[in-house]
Design a protein around this ligand. Structure first.
Ligand code: S3P
Length: 447
């Protein structure tokens, strides 16, 4: 049922997409830049910060915790940090809106600071499991009091005498890894995190950028061990945020499936631990070229040239899931336009994203005339050329479900409607107008 403030949208058949564009700054890096800037001593200037609602919530939260956060007229953000251990008790609840990353990373950072804070979020975030960040932080001396199932609202009583820990992540999660590392910053000695599969390493890269000592060792089982020296003196540092590969994914797939399209997406972050979708699409036969490959702000970046392509179904191994964990909704749409079946393994984590994405994908595809089946944590999409479209999709407060099905509508014969596109602004402000500028026909849907 639509909630107040919901924004129904309709996506009609697009004309061939053409043009050059840029996507907003990387969401993961934007959150981390603000949090680490607030934990460093002195001034951090961030160019290209994602000005989506999720990141703005994190900016407001670090300001409540004692940092100075301002936006210049040139859209450069300045953070005046107060040092590791220098945050102070917030005078109100920290409301992270729709943002799991903001909530989990901040709950890590405050866990080893000696004050109490209370976290909450929107209906989607309040349904998501937070126990996964509370458990390791409990071992460091913090106390967490949440709702049943470890859900928000949750009170964090920061440790008076924090202890460093060695922790093996039960699930591959960059948010949990980062939360432990951020907590470890204010513990004496070495904090060690082991991950069963490598996940995005923006925290490790940025911690080093701000002056922390972070060592990364490969493990024999394919995972990684990260060692962080506690209580470093972090120094404010300028940085440039690359374009978000998870936002670019929607443009890239749209250009692949709308016949006759050719677009260039400039300045997209191509960190290998984020680029799994692009490898998969290329295996499916996608014509995606990388131009002007360079390094910006410590991250590999490229311009992507994407041309409409005939796609074929492939198998996507479970080991690849962490490097494309947010891209399954849009990959499933690409798969529905392919010839042959695409089978995606190792998707258990999709059940606890902004929505139960496995269910949302299967239901949405069925409503648009495509077939998807779920068996355990495997999703199979039967590709039979273009599905008819015509579905009415429940977006479930999930920006990526909303965007994925708007993209499906661009290449289908019948329009696709979504009940609410308001959450798109959490990660991709200006999505519909950018798409429409390239050739899409996305509009607000009347009653
Ligand atoms: C993120 C990690 C992933 C991802 C999320 C952003 C991050 O979550 O889905 O959108 O910035 O660390 P998990 O850690 O839950 O896999």
């Amino acid at each position: 049922m639509p909630h107040s403030g919901s924004m129904p949208l309709v996506s009609n058949t697009a004309r061939p997409l053409a043009g050059r564009c840029r996507v907003p700054g990387d969401k993961s890096i934007s959150h981390r830049a603000l949090i680490l800037g607030a934990l460093a001593v002195g001034r951090t200037r961030v160019t290209g910060l994602l000005e989506g609602e999720d990141v703005l919530r994190t900016a407001a939260a670090v300001a409540r915790l004692g940092a100075g956060v301002t936006r210049g007229d040139d859209a450069v953000w300045t953070v005046k940090g107060v040092g590791v251990g220098g945050w102070s008790e917030p005078d109100d609840v920290l409301d992270l809106g729709n943002s799991g990353t903001g909530a989990r990373l901040l709950m890590g950072a405050v866990a080893t600071q000696p004050f109490t804070s209370v976290f909450t979020g929107d209906a989607s975030l309040r349904r998501r499991p937070m126990g996964r960040v509370a458990t390791p932080r409990g071992e460091m001396g913090a106390r967490f009091l949440g709702r049943d199932g470890g859900r928000l609202p949750m009170t964090v009583i920061g440790a008076q005498n924090p202890l460093p820990i060695a922790y093996r992540l039960p699930v591959p999660s960059a948010q949990v890894k980062s939360a432990v590392l951020l907590a470890g910053l204010n513990a004496p000695g070495e904090t060690v995190v082991e991950e069963p599969l490598p996940t995005r390493d923006h925290s490790e890269r940025l911690l080093r950028h701000f002056g922390a000592s972070v060592l990364v060792e490969p493990l024999n089982d394919g995972g990684r061990r990260i060692r962080l020296e506690g209580q470093p003196e972090l120094a404010g540092a300028d940085l440039v945020v690359p374009g978000d590969p998870s936002a670019a994914a929607f443009l890239a797939v749209a250009a692949l499936i709308v016949p006759g399209s050719e677009i260039v997406i400039e300045g997209v972050g191509m960190n290998p631990l984020r680029a799994g979708l692009y490898a998969t699409l290329r295996e499916m036969g996608a014509d995606i070229a990388y131009e002007n490959e360079r390094v910006e702000g410590g991250e590999p970046v490229a311009d992507l040239v994407v041309r409409a392509s005939r796609l074929k179904g492939v198998g996507v191994p479970a080991e690849r899931a962490p490097s494309m964990i947010d891209e399954y909704p849009i990959l499933a749409v690409a798969a529905a336009f392919a010839e042959g079946q695409t089978v995606m393994h190792g998707l258990a984590e999709l059940r606890v994203k902004e929505s139960d994405r496995l269910a949302a994908i299967a239901q949405g595809l069925a409503a648009c005339g495509a077939t998807a089946t779920i068996a355990g944590d495997t999703l199979a999409v039967a590709g039979k050329g273009a599905p008819a479209g015509g579905g009415k999709i429940e977006a479930r407060l999930d920006h990526r479900i909303a965007m994925a099905f708007l993209v499906l509508g661009m290449a289908a014969a019948k329009p696709v409607r979504i009940d609410d596109g308001a959450t798109i602004a959490t990660s991709f402000p200006g999505f519909a107008s950018l798409m429409n500028g390239l050739g899409a026909a996305i509009a607000e849907d009347g009653p």
